[in-house]
Design a protein around this ligand. Structure first.
Ligand code: CDP
Length: 228
């Protein structure tokens, strides 16, 4: 996929709360690219499974559910992207504690990942995209022109998530949230297919003490130096 036939592709990976979605979206806005939040696709599927009362350990039922589901991501980076599930805007339902607690189970099934990755590659095939997730630089788009791996201390990530949830009206305990993030990271990093891992050629950025705009600036600068 490299170079000529398609526009540039940027991959952004990292653990929960490292700030990927915010900076990936802002970077897409700066470059005039499409922003594709791969995690939102797994979240939409987890939401649908919860809504249908499906046993989250039952891979075949969840695969059937995914095959009959239409998930559309609409976002040019300027605003929070809209996620459509079977024609319904579910954006505001994707980051609840229930979905947070279920999504990594759903995302752990090999057949689910196979189908999601297929869809993600189709979405990115024309290029001029920034896609964020866990396995984008290692597996979904290994030929991405620039890859970033964002991380931050567990405490910083838990605090950010606490603020996100507070803004949505959920009041959680910082320690409980830290434990949940640690658990989700462990599930994401230990699965056999598409685990959370830094690609060898990814640029590592520790965002613990960095302002969002500074991270974006650093990423855009790296992109411009590598892709001219
Ligand atoms: O925003 P946050 O980093 O908390 O998570 P997200 O990017 O919305 O992803 C939610 C979950 O989806 C992750 O914890 C993974 O279990 C799964 N995911 C994945 O398996 N592969 C991806 N490319 C993206 C997300």
């Amino acid at each position: 996929m490299r170079g000529r036939e398609r526009g540039p592709v940027v991959a952004v990976d990292g653990p929960a709360g490292a700030g990927k979605s915010t900076v990936a979206r802002k970077m897409a806005e700066r470059l005039g690219f499409l922003y594709l939040d791969s995690g939102a696709m797994y979240r939409a599927l987890a939401l649908k499974a919860l809504q249908h009362g499906i046993d989250l350990r039952d891979e075949s039922q969840i695969v059937d559910l995914l095959r009959s589901s239409q998930i559309d991501l609409v976002g040019n980076g300027r605003h929070q992207p809209t996620v459509w599930l079977d024609g319904e805007d579910v954006t505001h339902l994707l980051r609840t504690p229930e979905v947070n607690a279920s999504v990594s189970l759903v995302a752990g099934f090999p057949l689910i990942r196979e189908e999601m990755v297929r869809r993600q590659r189709v979405l990115a095939c024309a290029g001029r995209v920034v896609m964020d997730g866990r396995d984008i630089g290692t597996y979904v788009l290994p030929d991405a022109d620039v890859k970033f791996y964002l991380t931050a201390s567990l405490e910083a990530r838990a605090k950010r998530r606490l603020n996100d949830l507070k803004a949505m009206g959920f009041h959680l305990d910082l320690e409980v949230l830290g434990e949940e993030i640690r658990h989700r990271d462990a599930l994401d990093a230990s699965r056999e297919v598409g685990p959370l891992r830094q690609a060898e050629d990814a640029i590592l950025i520790d965002t613990t003490d960095m302002e969002v705009d500074c991270v974006v600036e650093m990423m855009v600068d790296n992109f411009r130096r590598r892709v001219s």
